[in-house]
Design a protein around this ligand. Structure first.
Ligand code: GLV
Ligand code: MN
Ligand code: MN
Ligand code: MN
Length: 401
């Protein structure tokens, strides 16, 4: 089955009528349905499916215990109101690539797996690449278990409800040790390939990025009767945080600083808020330094308003250089299918970035003609998807010959 057909089969899953696009988060109905879909599709192919201790899914062609495995795959969760391709394209392409290899009569000399990593976007619990971070030991399982979603439900509760013992979460060096290569195919998140008329590109680097939370506390009061001098309004330093983030970004063309989420409590139009929480996403050559500047501005504004501020680091991901040898392999193999192969640096985070610290890891990007991602407009043409699958299959064949 083609990757396009595979994706079409789940196009309705997690459609978000309110926000537009798709919302698929750890433990919700949509994500559960997608995991079942993956399990069914893998089983239909005679692949052995297993759920690891961190609820990542693995569909094996060959013996999972044999070691030296070549892995492809991506994630099935999305951001709130995201696109249909960020994540699922890599999973569907992995399955379709295996179909192609089998149709060609390829006999792998080592196991191949298609993996689905849990909660890559951190859309529900705030920490991105949850499954791969837990697997690699980059995230303390105690911290993971205590993470809370917007409704205060803990990650441990979500897993317990799903029938997965949260005590099992955590570093899995034995599994990691059986993996030799990881290649993640992903929708392009940017605007590099279309102007060059190229269907695919090979990943080179992933920019450093992180997520911070600034919690401002003031004093709730009546919107109509509270005079200026009596206000302790946490919305003021929150607004200053947004402006400081933009100023910091404007100082460096490579820097990115985004406030995509704000929560005011108690959240009434006629109430001076008691507390405001601001989520800050920062990326670029020095995201931590950027955040220090933003936090300094936020503290000054909070002080001027008589508010308190607490800063939490939700995640930090260093810059990643993907494996040069594997990028060369991807480039050489892709050159048999496409006229020109370019290397792409990406400003988006990926499980590939987490795994790259442990095993040679590469990425293939498929042209996104809209250039938009993390939004419903994200798109890939069917022909480009087919090209991506063909090149992925060729790469898997090359690595398992
Ligand atoms: C995830 O895709 C991210 O880059 O935040
Ligand atoms: Mn994403
Ligand atoms: Mn992704
Ligand atoms: Mn991502």
């Amino acid at each position: 089955m083609s990757a396009v057909d595979l994706l079409a089969a789940v196009d309705d899953v997690g459609r978000d009528r309110r926000r537009g696009g798709w919302s698929r988060h750890l433990g919700d109905d949509a994500e559960t349905t997608l995991r079942e879909w993956f399990t069914t599709e893998a089983a239909r192919r005679g692949l052995a499916v297993e759920t690891d201790t961190n609820t990542n899914l693995w569909a094996w062609w060959g013996d999972p215990e044999a070691g030296d495995a070549v892995v492809t795959g991506s994630h099935l969760d999305s951001v709130p109101g995201g696109g249909a391709y960020d994540g699922p394209l890599g999973v569907a392409s992995g399955l379709a690539a295996l179909d192609l290899l089998r149709a060609r009569g390829h006999r792998p000399t080592r196991p191949i797996a298609v993996a689905v990593f849990a909660e890559e976007e951190g859309g529900r619990f705030g920490v991105p690449c949850l499954g791969s971070r837990l697997l690699t030991g980059a995230l303390d399982p105690d911290r993971a278990r205590a993470l809370r979603d917007a409704d205060g439900v803990t990650l441990a509760e979500v897993y317990a409800r799903r029938g997965h013992d949260p005590a099992r979460l955590g570093h899995d060096p034995a599994r990691l040790g059986r993996l030799a290569r990881f290649v993640e195919l992903h929708i392009e998140q940017g605007r590099a390939l279309a102007p060059q008329d190229l269907a695919i590109g090979v990943g080179s680097t992933i920019v450093a990025h992180g997520r911070w939370r600034l919690s401002f506390t003031g004093r709730a009061d009546h919107a109509g009767t509270t005079e200026l001098a009596d206000r302790r309004d946490p919305m003021l330093p929150a607004a200053e945080t947004v402006l400081a983030a933009r100023r910091a970004m404007a100082r460096d063309p490579q820097a990115r600083a985004t406030v995509g989420r704000v929560h005011a409590r108690p959240g009434g139009t006629n109430i001076v808020p008691s507390a405001v929480e601001v989520w800050l996403d920062a990326r670029g050559p020095a995201p931590q330094a950027l955040v220090e500047d933003v936090v300094a501005a936020a503290r000054a504004a909070a002080g001027a308003e008589g508010c308190r501020v607490e800063v939490t680091t939700d995640s930090v991901s260093p810059a990643v250089r993907l494996d040069a040898g594997l990028a060369d392999t991807l480039t050489r193999v892709a050159a048999a299918t496409v006229p020109e192969v370019v290397r792409l640096a990406t400003g988006a985070g990926h499980d590939a970035g987490v795994l790259a610290a442990h095993l040679p890891t590469g990425m293939l990007h498929v042209r996104n003609p809209t250039g938009t991602s993390h939004a419903p407009d994200e798109h890939a043409e069917d022909d480009d998807v087919a090209t991506g699958v063909r090149v992925l299959a060729d790469v898997l064949a090359d690595l398992t010959r």
